[in-house]
Ligand binder design. Structure first.
Ligand SMILES: [Fe+2]
Ligand SMILES: [Fe+2]
Length: 290
């Protein structure tokens, strides 16, 4: 599977940043909370893979790393624009993004590069699990505002396309054996605890900053159903989460490459949607927008 960098820029109408999801504002803010992690998170992924690039000799894997870096850079760019819409609407995306960046910068300073890569493969497994669930279950987001729906489906497809890259780097550069396994398993446990704690807090912060829904606590019930109902975003992720602890695990053991046939039609849809709105599907410079 060779990831390809695609210069994609879905049109996100600013007026819908707080209620673009078909299931209402609480679920919208849950998904928006995930968006806040991407700019700093994906830069961390890029850096931790890049730190090992010279240790990889296989030309195929080198090309895959270049594709991986290109894709994550595009995701970062689009999520910076996405998160700016939250900020403009009075939602605290910027301080929360700075918090994520501070945590990750601390990890860059104190952790050896092998531990940084271990965090990257754990979080890449998270993005692959979330992406796989979203692609397999049209109910999760179908009927939502088209531009926001498109940005998430595009991101999910590319996360799927490159889900094996960081892991292949890990398998190439780390000596096989018990200590490699233990580091991978241990990091998944700590990542699970810290990542979901942060998502939970970010979700509450976004909801509480939104005048339209902060008093409607029943909305949290709808969000809980979205996450833990049937099938439920998190509930359906459980088998894949446990699978990560199998000693011989590889992301492509779950073969969902058939989904990737959706990429080209999706890009045509993104262009058509932007044209309908009378805007360009080319990204404005982030610097100009920031
Ligand atoms: Fe990404
Ligand atoms: Fe990724």
């Amino acid at each position: 599977m060779m990831p390809v960098r695609r210069d994609v820029h879905p049109h996100l109408p600013a007026s819908r940043i707080g209620d673009w999801h078909v299931r209402g504002r609480h679920v919208t803010h849950f998904v928006n909370a995930l968006s806040i992690f991407f700019p700093a998170g994906e830069r961390f992924f890029i850096d931790s893979v890049r730190a090992y690039r010279d240790d990889v000799a296989d030309p195929e894997l080198k090309r895959a790393i270049a594709g991986f870096i290109g894709q994550e850079a595009m995701h970062t760019r689009e999520h910076i624009l996405y998160n700016k819409l939250m900020n403009d609407a009075g939602l605290p995306a910027a301080p929360l993004d700075r918090f994520v960046a501070r945590v990750l910068n601390l990890m860059r300073r104190i952790l050896p590069r092998s531990w940084q890569l271990a965090h990257t493969i754990a979080l890449e497994h998270y993005t692959a699990m979330l992406a796989g669930g979203l692609l397999a279950d049209p109910e999760q987001m179908g009927g939502s505002e088209p531009g926001y729906h498109q940005v998430w489906i595009w991101h999910a497809l590319e996360e799927t396309e490159h889900k094996g890259v960081a892991y292949d780097v890990w398998n190439t550069v780390m000596k096989p054996g018990l200590s490699r396994y233990l580091l991978r398993a241990f990091t998944m446990l700590t990542t699970t605890a810290t990542f979901w704690a942060m998502v939970f807090v970010f979700h509450i912060r976004l909801v509480m900053a939104d005048r339209e829904c902060r008093n409607k606590l029943g909305g949290f019930l709808g969000a809980a159903k979205f996450l833990w109902g049937r099938p439920g975003v998190l509930r359906r992720m459980m088998p894949a989460w446990f699978d990560y602890f199998r000693p011989g695990f590889h992301p492509w053991d779950h073969d969902n490459r058939a989904q990737l046939a959706r990429i080209e039609p999706l890009i045509a849809e993104i262009e058509a949607n932007a044209a309908r709105a009378g805007v360009s599907s080319r990204a404005p410079s982030v610097r100009a927008a920031a």
